[in-house]
Design a protein around this ligand. Structure first.
Ligand code: FEH
Ligand code: ZN
Ligand code: ZN
Length: 354
């Protein structure tokens, strides 16, 4: 392998382990911007990508993993826009077609041409079929995908681009209903859930009820501002319903997405309440009238977030409102970091720092 002094954690073949490779320094052309990576977060979606079999995902190998990236602008292509060389930034990770109504509105997470891009194996975005930021250097298609982070530490900035943005986008869906006297339930206080609790506490006046299977996750939920936390038990539904005064939760944010969490959520919803399914736990829920869901119930399946929302999340973090719990690993220890994430014992988010 030619050496150019830059390393990258690549998925070189489906079903194979990620490999730390050395490669040439990329040169930005056109609107591209080269980022000196300072931190890259790991996500459970990375595990889905690593474990995928040929044909499971609309991506071509090899590509560099890492869709939660912060760093410094190192070099700009001749037509580049956005932050100047030297500026510290976080990378907006969903990369769509760039010119449909959704992409031009900054919602590349909901690109109208996603099906076409997938058919062409173009990839979902950074580290998801396109070269991402588990690396020393990363090419970003456009400076418009970068949000300045000022003096935020990189290990705090990187998780904002995925865990923070996904949590923020999920809360945005239900924020109008989370007023005084209402309750919101959070299933799963992991990398996304603990940030969601902080965002709920900072931007709503609802009572925050947290559920997890790990006692240490509940202590994290309390530290993040949850009003009540409980381990998942047979009587959890009744306990939480009691905490809502018997009317049910205005919203349930399910960061687990398992059959049991979806079933529990359905029984907890207030009439007209909203179930926000964030976790990809493989669960399913039957929607039938009449059925398990209350009258007026709404269900949403948010994906990542928008570019304007990323700027809002960064602004919250720069005001000191958000603190991401992180476990830090060197880039050279990426494989250990992946196994640590797979263990399910992480407190918060796993971050690689070159
Ligand atoms: C990425 C790719 C596919 C599904 C879900 C995700 C999320 O991790 C993005 O936040
Ligand atoms: Zn992710
Ligand atoms: Zn588009």
């Amino acid at each position: 392998m030619s050496t150019g002094g830059t390393r990258a954690v690549q998925l070189t073949r489906w079903g194979g382990p990620p490999v730390l490779i050395e490669s040439e320094r990329p040169s930005p052309t056109g609107e591209e911007v080269l980022i000196q990576v300072e931190a890259a977060g790991l996500c459970r979606s990375d595990l889905h990508v690593i474990d995928a079999r040929p044909g499971d995902l609309p991506y071509r190998t090899p590509f560099t993993l890492g869709h939660e990236v912060a760093g410094r602008v190192a070099e700009r292509g001749p037509q580049a826009v956005g932050p100047a060389v030297g500026e510290r930034v976080v990378v907006y990770g969903p990369w769509g077609c760039g010119n449909c109504a959704r992409c031009t509105a900054g919602a590349e997470n909901y690109c109208d041409r996603r099906a076409h891009l997938d058919a062409a194996l173009t990839g979902t975005g950074a580290g998801l079929g396109r070269d991402g930021g588990m690396a020393d250097l990363m090419l970003v298609p456009s400076g418009s995908l970068l949000v300045p982070v000022g003096d935020l530490p990189a290990v705090q900035a990187a998780p904002l681009s995925d865990a923070g943005l996904t949590a923020y986008h999920s809360v945005a869906a239900v924020r109008p209903s989370l007023v005084d006297g209402t309750s919101v339930v959070v299933f799963g206080v992991g990398g996304l859930g603990h940030v969601a609790v902080q965002i709920l506490r900072a931007t709503t006046t609802a009572q925050i009820l947290a559920v997890d299977v790990r006692a240490e996750a509940l202590s994290l939920a309390e530290a993040c501002g949850a009003h009540f936390g409980t381990l998942l038990r047979p009587d959890t539904g009744a306990v939480l319903l009691g905490r809502t005064g018997g009317v049910g939760a205005a919203a349930v944010l399910d960061f687990v997405g398992s059959r049991s969490s979806l079933g529990l959520a359905a029984g907890l919803l207030r009439a007209g309440g909203e179930l926000v399914v964030v976790g990809s736990g493989g669960g399913e829920l039957t929607v039938r009238k009449p059925g398990a869901l209350p009258a007026g119930a709404r269900i949403s399946l948010p994906f990542w977030g928008t570019l304007p929302e990323l700027a809002e999340v960064v602004a919250l973090a720069r005001k000191g409102v958000l603190k991401v719990e992180v476990e830090r690993f060197a880039l050279s220890s990426a494989l250990q970091a992946i196994e640590r994430l797979r263990s399910g014992r992480v407190r918060g988010r796993v971050i690689l720092a070159p």
